[in-house]
Design a protein around this ligand. Structure first.
Ligand code: F3S
Length: 108
């Protein structure tokens, strides 16, 4: 599967959802995840993300491995709904884009 990592938190640019052929993105308040049961590993979303948040599972940086389980969990979580159309990013997206250590900012 492919995985949305920390860089998406507080950004949510949503360019990724426009190109997904299987509509596997799920949206929370300030983060998106990929439903691993739906992703077909086409990889077209990777270059679309301005924050560089999306990785093939096997390419995830070591400090992002927790996001494999987090994507799977949140894809099934209450209130996390399918998103298939691009929309405006979060207002402070550009300020948060290059920040690290954002996991504590995640709103479920
Ligand atoms: Fe997030 Fe990047 Fe998509 S910031 S919403 S993974 S384009």
């Amino acid at each position: 599967t492919h995985v949305v990592s920390e860089s998406c938190i507080r950004c949510k640019y949503t360019d990724c959802v426009d190109v997904c052929p299987v509509d596997c993105f799920r949206e929370g308040p300030n983060f998106l995840v990929i439903d691993p049961d739906e992703c077909i590993d086409c990889a077209v979303c990777i270059p679309e993300c301005p924050a560089g948040a999306i990785y093939a599972e096997e390419d995830l940086p070591a400090d992002q491995l927790d996001f494999i389980a987090l994507n799977a969990e949140l894809a099934q979580a209450d209130g996390w709904k399918s998103i298939t159309k691009r929309k405006a990013p979060l207002p402070d997206a550009d300020e948060w884009k290059d920040k690290t250590g954002k996991l504590s900012e995640l709103i479920r």
